[in-house]
Design a protein around this ligand. Sequence first.
Ligand SMILES: Nc1ncnc2c1ncn2[C@@H]1O[C@H](COP(=O)(O)OP(=O)(O)O)[C@@H](O)[C@H]1O
Ligand SMILES: [Mg+2]
Length: 357
Amino acid sequence: MFLSSISLQNFRSYKKSEFKFGKNCTVIVGPNTSGKTNLLEAIYFISTGSSFRAGKDFEAIIFNDDIARIKGEIISNNEKTGLEIVITNGRLEGNDKPSKKYLVNGVPKRKIDFMGNFQTVMFSPEDLDIIVDSPFLRRNFLNSVLEQVDRDYRIALTSYEKGLRQRNALLEQVKITGRRNEKQFEYWDELLIKNGEAITKKRGEFVEFLNNSDKEIFDFLITYDKSIISKDRLLQYKEAEVGATVTLVGPHRDDFSVFMFNNSRQTTHNVKFFASRGQQRLVILQLKLLQLSFIEKKLNLRPAFLLDDIFSELDEKHIELVLEIVDKQQTVITTTHKEFIPKQLIKKIDIITLGKE
Ligand SMILES: Nc1ncnc2c1ncn2[C@@H]1O[C@H](COP(=O)(O)OP(=O)(O)O)[C@@H](O)[C@H]1O
Ligand SMILES: [Mg+2]
């Protein structure tokens, strides 16, 4: 499976552009702000239906326009699949409600059915935030892995998030009116428990996979700090959640911590606080390599591997390690200078040059 072409209209810095890719390794070369990360973002978008960048997806629409389009062609077993996303900010519709449309071979699809046609794993400098930033980004990471391999996970997550919004709206009402209608809560509680349990279980399995895998780049152990949702737990937080007007238990409050081993193989140190930036980067690289093998194990295919700026991010030894696996799947690498591309690589890659008229 690989992406053979992508065309962009009004996406970020691209007014109208098309790029072709071979099924092996492509290196995108261009100076700062020439649109390298934007192009990787578009590839990731066509894979997952969303951006990996912080902020709102509609912000990817080119400045001063209202609608952006990404079209990709995937080739898998000699069959072509056309994927398309249309991003709007809602101004043309007159409601200022941003929206995204998903199409597969020209036919509109729900996001849960759009996803799953093309898998990607992204490694970028910003991924360090997964370790150092808020739990939100760590949950996002878990979702981004599991959503790509598991349609049931996508369904459970969509349903859970919708239920959560409804239940929180009910809590708001309870706070305003001082009355609680248990019947109304029953339905949403049940829906959240059912889908929440499914999400927790699948996240747990992924963490277990990570912990049981060999790690040649950086050894770590993950603890999954799950927020279990159950009848008892909801009862326990019943008073507190009215004050907070949000549901206080469930996978939307999950987190995980990464611990590194010391010399006596004790895992006492959280990499968030004790690892250097360089080590944290290796943890992320290791995580992403394990994500590749997780997807392979689940789907029996290698996802495309997207590497943003690795030649300036990693030391030589780790660049070597990454280069050893670039042949195993479609790989797209960005770099600012052609001279940064290692000699052993240059023979077997396609090059896309940006920033020159
Ligand atoms: N919505 C947008 N519309 C137009 N330009 C944008 C938009 N979002 C970001 N940009 C521009 O894209 C450029 C950055 O592109 P990027 O792909 O990050 O560059 P790099 O090649 O350094 O990775 C910046 O000049 C930025 O202003
Ligand atoms: Mg960049």
